[in-house]
Design a protein around this ligand. Structure first.
Ligand code: 8YV
Length: 329
């Protein structure tokens, strides 16, 4: 039997990444690129594993912690970790690592792209030309809404929020934000303005949700919130689908309470191809690609590997969620 630790990777990753893990561990991997690992296999592999490299689609709960008798670390390929029961992981003494920082700019780029897409009706315009429906010109043909001099309201002023604010300022937008804790240093450095959540949604032309999914934020965008928004305003979500009551958003879009939505995330992913969102002209839907650039996904994978390596060597990891576990050792 090998004396090396065993790492199980729950989705097919590039050879270069796996080779790097193989320098210090034995590695098992779910070989399918587009299908999540079946639960029974994940449980079986966890029994042998010192470390798991997981995806957002893997539910990591008590059953996993109980199966993982040798399990020391779970490295999640995402900055978010709402798929993992952190409190229990901590109780079981299992370190949970994630991938902040390396995806900040890429995710902010995507959020701002969605804003441009919905405001200037870009997806609709591309579709129209491709379908041979560009027949004439009229003064208001495909006229959208300006971006410059409009107000963006950022809900969740973490690192991605700050990076988005910089992009918005570069487009001459007025930037409002809401966050659990007011950030005077960011206000001073960037010239952005704090608002209560109700004031932010009332004043903004583009409301962008960047907040992590927690028990506090689950379902925070309700019909009352959409009703407070301007009828000309857009809602953009690059956080998690479950921060929104999707039925309420659908109703707000149908009844003209808001002008449109740009959604990178959904309560159920992949979204059902029959979902009513996908039939609406004023909805731009993306397949959860916030951090999906080759450079960033590579950096995220490398960060997961490095965190695993450090934890297995009993050294301080770069990005741990439940630091108490590491400090307790
Ligand atoms: C990813 C994300 O696009 O990091 C997160 O929390 O939601 C995104 O970066 C993706 O889910 C990678 O796992």
């Amino acid at each position: 039997m090998s004396s090396k630790p065993y790492i199980y990777v729950t989705r097919k990753l590039p050879e270069e990444i796996i080779n790097n893990l193989c320098t210090f561990a034995d590695v098992g991997m779910w070989e399918k690129e587009e299908e999540p690992v079946p639960r029974e296999i994940l449980l079986q592999e966890t029994k042998k594993a010192d470390a798991l490299l997981t995806m957002l689609s893997d539910r990591i709960d008590e059953e996993i912690f109980q199966a993982g008798e040798k399990l020391k670390v779970i490295a999640n390929l995402a900055v978010g970790y709402d798929n993992i029961d952190i409190e229990l992981a901590t109780k079981y003494g299992i370190a949970v690592c994630h991938t902040p920082d390396v995806l900040t700019d890429t995710t902010a780029d995507l959020a701002f792209s969605l804003l441009l897409m919905v405001g200037r009706r870009l997806a609709e315009s591309v579709e129209l030309v491709k379908n041979g429906e560009w027949k004439s010109w009229s003064p208001l043909f495909m006229a959208g809404t300006d971006i410059h001099h409009k107000t963006i309201g950022i809900v969740g002023m973490g690192k991605i929020g700050e990076a988005l604010a910089k992009r918005a300022l570069g487009f001459d937008m007025n930037v409002l934000y809401h966050n659990r804790h007011r950030k005077m240093d960011v206000e001073k450095a960037l010239g952005v303005h704090y608002r209560s959540f109700p004031d932010l949604v009332t004043e903004s032309d583009y409301v962008v949700c960047l907040t992590p999914l927690t028990e506090e934020t689950r379902g925070m965008f309700t019909k009352d919130v959409f009703r407070k928004m301007k009828k000309t305003a857009f809602f953009i979500n690059v956080a998690r689908g479950a921060v929104v009551i999707e039925e309420d958003l659908l109703l707000a879009l149908r009844e003209g309470e808001i002008a449109g939505a740009g959604l990178d995330v959904f309560e159920k992913e992949p979204i059902d191809p029959q979902h009513p969102f996908l039939k609406m002209k004023n909805v731009v839907a993306l397949p959860h690609i916030g951090s999906a650039s080759i450079e960033t996904r590579t950096a995220m994978m490398k960060l997961c590997c490095r965190n695993i390596e450090l934890i297995l060597k009993n050294e301080k990891p770069i990005s741990i969620v439940n630091e108490a576990v590491f400090l307790a050792k």
